[in-house]
Design a protein around this ligand. Structure first.
Ligand code: GLU
Length: 427
């Protein structure tokens, strides 16, 4: 089962359980539109290479479509579609007025020079310039894309349309209309959701050891906030491998090291902090199976599956990545009493602050960092509580409860256009 089939099957299963009309679930099984473009790129040596770019808008019942663009060698049409579907659910979970979309380019950006990267970003926007728009489809950063890349894309859009339209893309540099707090938003949103769950479960930070797979933007900010709140970060990984120390790591030192060397492996083995912490080098797979209280997959999708689910020991998993758990092991985790804070809630802080950025762009009135953080906390608390209520009252998993919240909201919007019963005069 590929990632898209897996995502569709989950919507079908959880949609039926949520009690929404079959027509609504059926409508959510198809993308609204997808564009596949070849992006010719002039390389620095004068040669031309061709890259494939995708953009899919899944559903726009709740508003213009929204979702990031990833630059990664494993991007595929199926993956982009699955991610667009998850964006649809995610925006509905946090109740922001957006549908879902996603984009991607099949490329290893680490192989490109900064100038090549700029030309690729601009080429992507040229190809998608009629599909995106401030009231139509609003991209943002995702894996291996960042504020600078969003800035180039915004500039390209402005040039094509001969006007300034900052609301066409979010996650921009602050100087180009970006929002304060957008860089940390995914990590902070995840932190807020984890804290709220910990409160409900009466779990103490000091007694919570955390393993984080992936030390990108979301993984780093979450680790930083967790450590500051008293949690012990005992394992961290990047694409090259993982490190583990039961005593816990200092997140800022790890981050500095990663910035300087571009990798985590070898951390603490050179320089002044070398002898301070005993640590082991382990693999990314071993990290997932550690005996910790909180496991945070914050890298790629599909890392917890039928092949390793029996070996997962953490009683709580927070899905900071999109889709890190295969749909076919949802039940196995639930049966073992493992609580999963689902991606569509736990990583929704990013798109929530993207929404704040878009609102600020439309108002032409930037908010303070405090305003952004307060409003983010408010959105995450309300979304968490609406999910928790269903979880408590109906005894369903947190994921099933999140999908229930989302699908009921989507159903209300879709059905406001009329249902079968309405058109047959039975309503
Ligand atoms: N790429 C992020 C996500 O998967 C953020 C999307 C956005 O800000 O639009 O949620």
């Amino acid at each position: 089962m590929n990632v898209l089939e897996d995502a569709l099957a989950r919507v079908e299963r959880l949609g039926a359980e949520a009690g929404v009309r079959p027509a609504v679930v059926a409508g959510l099984q198809h993308p609204r539109e997808c564009l596949i473009a070849t992006l010719p790129l002039r390389m620095d040596d004068g040669s031309t290479r061709h890259f494939t770019g995708y953009r899919c808008r899944w559903n726009s019942a709740l508003g213009p479509t929204k979702g990031g663009i990833r630059f990664h060698p494993q991007v595929s049409l199926e993956e982009v579609q699955a991610l667009a579907l998850w964006m649809t659910i995610k925006c509905a979970v946090v109740s922001i007025p957006y549908g879902g979309a996603k984009g991607g380019v099949v490329v290893d950006p680490k192989e490109l020079s900064p100038l090549e990267l700029e030309r690729l970003a601009r080429a992507y926007m040229r190809a998608m310039a009629d599909m995106v728009g401030p009231d139509r489809d609003i991209p943002a950063p995702d894996m291996y894309t960042n504020a600078r890349i969003m800035g180039w894309m915004a500039d390209e859009y402005n040039m094509i349309h001969r006007r300034r339209a900052p609301g066409v893309i979010t996650g921009k540099p602050i100087s180009q209309g970006g929002s304060l707090g957008r860089d940390e938003a995914t990590g902070r949103g995840a932190f807020l959701a984890i804290e709220r769950l910990a409160e409900r479960l009466e779990r103490k930070p000091e007694a919570t050891r955390v393993a984080i797979q992936g030390f990108g933007n979301a993984g780093y900010h979450l680790a930083r906030l967790l450590q500051r709140a008293g949690y012990r970060i005992v394992a961290v990984s990047d694409s090259k491998g993982a490190i583990y120390s039961n005593k816990g790591f200092d997140v800022e030192s790890l981050y500095q090291h990663k910035q300087e060397t571009r990798k985590l492996r070898g951390v603490y083995c050179e320089g002044s902090v070398c002898e301070l912490v005993d640590h082991e080098q382990i693999s990314n797979e071993e990290l997932l199976e550690l005996d910790v209280e909180l496991l945070v997959p914050a890298a790629l999708e599909g890392v917890i599956h039928a092949g390793n689910v029996e070996r997962i020991k953490a009683p709580i998993i927070a899905e900071v990545a999109n889709g890190p758990i295969h749909g076919d092991v949802d039940d196995a985790l639930e049966e073992r009493g493992i609580r999963v804070l689902p991606d569509v809630l736990v990583n929704a802080g990013g798109v929530t602050v993207s929404y704040f950025e878009w609102v600020q762009n439309r108002q032409g009135y930037p908010w303070t960092l405090d305003e952004v953080r307060t409003r983010l906390a408010d959105v995450m608390a309300r979304a968490f509580d609406s999910i928790w209520e269903i979880h408590e009252q109906e005894g369903r998993s947190l994921r099933a409860s999140a999908y229930t919240v989302a699908m009921r909201r989507l159903a209300t919007a879709i059905e406001s256009q009329g249902t079968r019963e309405y058109f047959r005069g039975e309503d």
